[in-house]
Design a protein around this ligand. Structure first.
Ligand code: DUC
Ligand code: ZN
Ligand code: ZN
Ligand code: ZN
Length: 469
């Protein structure tokens, strides 16, 4: 007998759309058929769409921010919010602080996540201190142990790598077959712009956007692509905000480079105007993230890229800071200059509904493309496929049931995060996740969290499809 049967499901994968029943036992899909037979638990999915559970390959939870700022979400509230939004696997970043060994970093992060996860979880490592020991021993050992992806930054005082360091990390990635995610914004150009704006008295949150215009992102994107060519390694450019960095990515893809790209909800649902707040006031801090959202032409370009394959994955970049909090956006100094406003916005729960509504319902992308961008491609590119990211016999029974007609007005009162606002307040969407199933267990039903924090497990990953395909 099955543990669970899902009947009358409209199943949607990256490649197919059909009506069938799904049979689940011991947390895995063991049969998909016209009639899967009896089960202990019955789920009637009439009128609903059943998609693979979302994989959010870019989230920040409990990431250290220096002495004065803390992230709004740790593993408990962050994964709760993920489950509520139809996501069943999250990939947060384990940040190396200068001087730390990578093993120390990963161990501390595992300790923080233990028994706190409503969904499955796997870490990328942020490398900020690529010493010979890190490059020669620690990184290779961790890749072999299943940490098959890292992130590097081309900006921020405490995280920036110079070109020589980037090349060194890329070189290790090629040898060990790891996927490098690159934050591509030029450090010196941002410092120059920040100084100039402050000297002119332009200090409101809005000027964060002016301090890092698209040219700064375009230049760094090109530089990262060139370095990847020199070291002959596939890389992923993350949180791409608009047309100009996209053109660099398209240029490289046309030349046959193995290059991958990610974009995020803020680049289709927000613009730099949001950073103006009500009247160039501090309200704009709610939208400060990096790279900043651009303009409506950029949004148009991003949609083209989501359709035409310029983008491989769509992640939230959930990076939550409370607004009305001296340890969040309102940290000391933030009202004197945008320079001090923590960079990042929440979005782990709204990622899928926004793409569903703005993408599928408005006819910009197909349901199959939605699945590819939000589950299948991240699973493949980060070494979790086919355990995760699809609906197939043998796969984990990670499933999201969608009511494609449900109309919802996004508001903070609906959110399950510990942040005190959503940047999408008031946005009307059509289509909403009504049930989230993790390895056969219902962890969210009709907005209520039904799972516990010991359900989520850590996923050891294999190699990225960038190295196996
Ligand atoms: N980069 C991210 O990926 N998230 C938030 C801030 C940043 O710079
Ligand atoms: Zn039984
Ligand atoms: Zn980044
Ligand atoms: Zn991020």
């Amino acid at each position: 007998m099955l543990d669970t049967a899902i009947r009358n499901a409209t199943i949607i994968t990256a490649g197919d759309r059909y009506i069938a029943q799904i049979g689940i036992r011991n947390g895995r899909i063991i049969t998909i058929a016209e009639d899967v037979g009896p089960a202990h638990e019955e789920i009637d999915a009439t009128g609903l769409w059943v998609m693979p559970g979302g994989i959010d390959a870019h989230v920040h939870l409990e990431q250290p921010q220096g002495p004065n700022v803390v992230m709004a979400d740790g593993f408990e509230s962050g994964t709760r919010s993920a489950a509520a939004g139809g996501t069943t696997t999250v990939m947060p970043f384990a940040l190396q602080q200068k001087g730390q060994s990578l093993r120390e970093v990963v161990d501390a992060y595992h300790a923080a996540a233990k028994d706190k996860c409503h969904v499955d979880c796997s870490f990328h490592i942020i490398i900020t201190d690529p010493t010979p020991q890190v490059l020669g021993q620690e990184l290779p050992a961790l890749v072999k142990a299943g940490y098959t992806s890292f992130k590097v930054f081309m900006t921020y005082d405490d995280m920036v790598l110079n070109d020589a360091q980037l090349l060194d990390v890329f070189d290790v990635a090629r040898r060990e077959k790891a996927m490098v995610m690159v934050h591509a914004e030029g450090y010196d150009a941002i410092r120059y712009m920040t100084r100039r704006l402050e000297e002119a008295g332009h200090t409101a949150p809005y000027f964060h956007a002016e301090s890092r215009p698209e040219s700064v992102e375009r230049e760094a994107t090109h530089r990262a692509i060139s370095h990847a060519e020199l070291t002959d390694v596939p890389i992923m450019i993350v949180h791409v905000s608009g047309r100009e960095p996209m053109e660099q990515i398209q240029w490289a893809k046309r030349r046959g480079r193995k290059l991958y790209a990610e974009t995020c909800p803020q680049y289709i649902a927000l613009t730099a105007n949001n950073l103006k707040g009500l009247n160039m006031d501090f309200e704009g801090a709610k939208y400060v993230c990096s790279p900043p959202p651009r303009d409506t032409d950029s949004q148009k370009a991003i949609w083209e890229g989501l359709r035409d394959g310029t983008f491989d994955i769509f992640s939230s970049d959930h990076c939550p800071f409370r607004f009305d909090d001296p340890k969040g956006k309102s940290v000391e100094g933030a009202r004197t200059s945008f320079r001090w406003v923590p960079n990042g916005i929440p979005g782990i729960e709204t990622r899928l509904p926004i793409l569903f509504s703005e993408g599928i319902v408005k006819g910009r992308i197909t349901p199959e493309r939605f699945v590819a961008l939000t589950a299948t491609n991240p699973a493949k590119l980060f070494g979790m496929y086919p355990q995760k990211g699809t609906i197939a016999i043998g796969a984990d029974a990670d499933l999201t049931l969608w009511d494609p007609q449900r109309q919802v007005t996004i508001s903070q009162s609906l959110m399950h995060h510990d942040c005190d606002y959503t940047p999408y307040e008031g946005m009307q969407v059509t289509g909403w996740p009504v049930r989230t199933i993790l390895r056969g267990q219902t962890i969210m039903a009709n907005g209520a969290i039904t799972g516990t924090t010991d359900i989520g497990t850590y996923i050891d990953r294999g190699l990225s499809a960038a190295f196996t395909a």
